[in-house]
Every structure is written in C-alpha cells, then in structure tokens.
Design a protein around this ligand. Sequence first.
Ligand code: 5GP
Ligand code: ZN
Length: 114
Amino acid sequence: MDDCIFCKLANHQIPTSIVYEDDDFCAFKDANPQAPVHVLVVPKRHFANVADDVPTEVLGGLLKTAVKVAEICGIRDKGFRLIMNTGADAGQTVMHLHCHVLGGVDMGEGMLPR
Ligand code: 5GP
Ligand code: ZN
C-alpha cells in the first residue's frame, strides 16, 4: 500500500533497525520502546489489522515469527508479551497488521495499566 509507513519499513523503502526478516515477514525495533525489548513483527503484505480478512497462514506465520524474534532477542525462556492492538479503542495508531513483542523486564500479571 502506497501510503503506509510499515509497508515502507518492511519493504526497505525507509531504513530501520531490522531484527529479523524473511520473504514474508519483517521484524524491526519500535521507534518508541515501551520495554527493554520492543520489536514489531509485520507481514510484508498489507493488512489493516487482525480483524481484516487475514489468511490463516499469515496469522500463523506472524506468531511463529514473533517467537523467533523472542529467541533472537534472548527473551524466549524468561518470557515475553505479544500484543496486537486492533482498532480505535485498543489504541491502534498504525493501520498495518503488527504484533508487538515486549520483554526484558518483569511485566507482572495485569494486562492493562492500573
Ligand atoms: P500501535 O499503537 O498501532 O499498536 O503501535 C504502533 C507502534 O508503531 C508504536 O509503538 C510506535 O512507536 C511504532 N511506530 C510508529 N511509527 C514508527 C516508525 O516509523 N518506525 C518504527 N520503528 N516504529 C514506529
Ligand atoms: Zn502497510
């Protein structure tokens, strides 16, 4: 998609700090990290979010890639959190399907800030 920042990052039209990539997915560091490890995993193909009509292989590949990223970043065994913000109430700001990989700190048991 022409005007999508994550399409441009994932397809090397804009340089970024890439942690992992293959033919279908790209993982790069979040520009505004919320944890010591904060990486975004995106499909190279454009989808708005997980509620878009995303093929099962893409959803599976996205999660598999997120686990690979956790391994690369050294947080697979200690634990990590995957987040996919979807739509306005979830605070999705970039409308290209992405999965946040967060870790490197004890995030506790709650999922939302109190
Ligand atoms: P969302 O709120 O949509 O789930 O998250 C979008 C994320 O993308 C945010 O955490 C934000 O910091 C990150 N982000 C936005 N623009 C850029 C960018 O140009 N480069 C990188 N690396 N991250 C970005
Ligand atoms: Zn896109």
